[in-house]
Design a protein around this ligand. Structure first.
Ligand SMILES: [Fe+2]
Length: 383
C-alpha cells in the first residue's frame, strides 16, 4: 500500500531552544503575532519567555490567554475573532495539545473561512492555514508535529477529530526549560498519552517501516524515562528524552494513524471533560486485550511492543498486565469507576460516538457498537 510521510519543516529541541526562534522568524518575515496560551502559562511567565524572542525578532504580539483544557468551539471562535481583528500573520501557541490545537483550528478557519465544525474528519480544508509556531510545554500530545487537532463540541458532548496536513505548524519548539515545572500528575498523563500514540501507531492500519521505527523507539524511551520524570521533574536527562520521545510518537501516529483507544477516549473526554491522557491511560490495557482477542494481525505485532518495553515474554496477557501496573504506579486510576465522571448508563451514547470517530478507522479490527460498550464495561469494572 502506498504511504505518505508529512513532517514539520523546522523543529528545535533542548534547553533554551526558544532563543533559536529569533533568526528563524527573521528569515520567514512575519510582523504581527498572536500568542495563544492559557491563564496559568500566561501568569507563570512562559508567554513572556516566548514573547521576548518575538520582540527580539521584530515581531509585535498580543496574547490570547483563555485556552482551556479540551478546547471548545467557543474558545476557538474567540481566538479566530482576535486573529482577524489584529490582522496577524503568525500564531504562536504556548502550551500543550490544548493551546496548539486551538491555534491549528484558528489557523485553518482564518485561512479557509466557514466554521470550525466544517473541518471535522479527514482533509477537509482546501489551503494551508496561517503559519504557526508551536512552543510545546508538555510531553505530550505530539500536536506540535502532527496533522491532527481536536476540538470539543459542547452541543454533542463530543470531541471532533480533524486530520489535515494543512494544519501542520511551521516551526515546532520543544524547550525543556518550559517542561521542568510540569507537576507529576500532568507529566504522567501526558507521558502516557505519548505511550498510547506509539502503541496505537504500531498497531494502526497505516503503519509502515518508518512509523514503526519511530513508534518502537518512542515507546521504549517513554517506558524508561517517564517514571524518572514523574519522580523528579528537574531530571534534565529524563525531560530531554521524553521531549524527543513524544515527538517521535507524534510523527508515528500522524503518519500511521491511531485506533480504538483514542476513538473511545475522545468520546469519554468530550462527555466528562476528563484529561485526554488519563482517558487513554485507563482505556489502553482494556483495548489492547480486546485487539489481541479480535485481530490476528494485532496479536502478531504485539511481541514487538513487548520487546521494546523489555517485558519477559511476548504474550498479550503480559503486555496488558504491564500496561495496567505501570499506569497504576504513575497514579492513574485503574478503572473508569475509580476515574469518575461517567456511569455505565452513558456507555451506549459514548460507543455511538466512538464507532464514528475518525481514529476508529485506523484500528486493525473494526468493532461494532455493542463490542465498544463491552470494552467500556470491562474498563469500568476492571475485568
Ligand atoms: Fe492522544
Amino acid at each position: 500500500m502506498p504511504s505518505r510521510i508529512n513532517s514539520v519543516k523546522t523543529s528545535y529541541f533542548g534547553k533554551g531552544a526558544v532563543s533559536l526562534l529569533v533568526p528563524e522568524l527573521k528569515k520567514i518575515g512575519v510582523h504581527r503575532a498572536l500568542i495563544v496560551t492559557d491563564g496559568f502559562l500566561y501568569k507563570s511567565g512562559a508567554a513572556d519567555y516566548v514573547g521576548k524572542a518575538l520582540t527580539e525578532a521584530g515581531v509585535a504580539y498580543a496574547v490570547y490567554h483563555q485556552v482551556q483544557p479540551n478546547p471548545t468551539v467557543d474558545v476557538v471562535n474567540d481566538c479566530i475573532t482576535a486573529a482577524r481583528l489584529l490582522q496577524i500573520d503568525l500564531l504562536v501557541a504556548v502550551g500543550g495539545g490544548s493551546a496548539i490545537d486551538t491555534a491549528k483550528a484558528c489557523s485553518i478557519v482564518t485561512a479557509n473561512g466557514g466554521r470550525v465544525e466544517d473541518y471535522e474528519g479527514v482533509n477537509k480544508s482546501l489551503k494551508p492555514g496561517i503559519p504557526i509556531v508551536a512552543v510545546n510545554t508538555t510531553a505530550g500530545t505530539g500536536s506540535e508535529c502532527t496533522s491532527f487537532y481536536i476540538v470539543t463540541d459542547p452541543v454533542r458532548h463530543s470531541k471532533m477529530a480533524m486530520v489535515d496536513p494543512n494544519c501542520m505548524v511551521t516551526i515546532a519548539v520543544n524547550d525543556i526549560e518550559l517542561m521542568m515545572s510540569m507537576p507529576p500528575k500532568l507529566t504522567a498523563s501526558t507521558g502516557l498519552d505519548a505511550l498510547t500514540h506509539a502503541i496505537e501507531a504500531l498497531l494502526a492500519r497505516g503503519a509502515n517501516p518508518m512509523t514503526d521505527r519511530d513508534a518502537l523507539w518512542a515507546m521504549e524511551t517513554v517506558w524508561r524515562h517517564l517514571p524518572r520524570a514523574v519522580r523528579n521533574g528537574r531530571d534534565e536527562e529524563a525531560r530531554t528524552q521524553m521531549a524527543y520521545a513524544e515527538y517521535a510518537a507524534g510523527m508515528a501516529f500522524s503518519n500511521a494513524g491511531l485506533g480504538m483507544v483514542h476513538a473511545m477516549a475522545h468520546a469519554l473526554g468530550g462527555h466528562s471533560n476528563l484529561p485526554h491522557g488519563v482517558c487513554n491511560a485507563v482505556l489502553l490495557p482494556y483495548v489492547t486485550e480486546f485487539n489481541a482477542e479480535h485481530s490476528t494481525e494485532a496479536r502478531e505485532r504485539m511481541p514487538r511492543i513487548s520487546r521494546a518495553l523489555d517485558l519477559p515474554d511476548g504474550r498479550p496477557y503480559t503486555l496488558v498486565r504491564a500496561l495496567r501496573e505501570t499506569a497504576g504506579e504513575l497514579g492513574i486510576p485503574r478503572t473508569l469507576k475509580e476515574l469518575g465522571g461517567v456511569t455505565p448508563t452513558d456507555f451506549g451514547a459514548l460507543a455511538e460516538l466512538a464507532v464514528r470517530d475518525a481514529c476508529m478507522a485506523d484500528n486493525l479490527y473494526t468493532p461494532d457498537k455493542e463490542e465498544v460498550i463491552g470494552v467500556y464495561e470491562n474498563a469500568w469494572s476492571g475485568k
